[in-house]
Design a protein around this ligand. Structure first.
Ligand code: ZN
Length: 149
């Protein structure tokens, strides 16, 4: 039994400040707090955190998961290529867009883990999401490869 569900997160009753927080706060939690603040750039933690969040979303299809990615303003997914066991997607307007480039750093692993967690119940765990490109690394856009196996 979970103390909080994703649906609980939608119950927002702030009268003055509303339902949004600035992107710099999200980025600060992600990049200053987690990426910089945790051992190994938060690798294991982001995976656990992302998967848990994704699972709580209870989506029922790949399309719904990608749509939610956009609704939550993480970024706008676009399919680049699809073959039998792999889906290659790019993320337009990723939350990391505009940050300074630091080659060798890909910072959108948690968001990929959210996707993996959201898709995991649909594909009975036989799914793996890997971040392959990132704006922060100097790439033209952020990209993930989703492997179904
Ligand atoms: Zn990104």
């Amino acid at each position: 039994m979970n103390l909080f569900t994703f649906d609980d997160m939608k119950n927002i009753k702030r009268k003055t400040l509303g339902d949004a927080v600035p992107l710099e706060l999200f980025r600060s939690v992600r990049l200053i707090g987690m990426y910089q603040g945790l051992p190994m750039k938060g690798k294991n933690t982001t995976l656990a955190v992302g998967r848990k969040i994704g699972e709580s979303m209870e989506v029922t299809s790949l399309e719904e998961a990608l749509q939610l990615f956009e609704e939550l303003k993480i970024g706008i997914p676009r399919v680049i290529e699809k073959n039998g066991s792999e889906l290659h997607i790019a993320i337009e307007d990723c939350f990391c867009e505009g940050l300074p480039v630091h080659e060798g750093n890909m910072v959108c692993d948690l968001e990929g883990a959210i996707l993996e967690g959201a898709l995991s119940p649909i594909y009975k765990g036989k799914i793996h999401v890997r971040e392959v490109k990132c704006n922060v690394n100097g790439d033209a856009e952020c990209e993930y490869k989703i492997r179904f196996s």
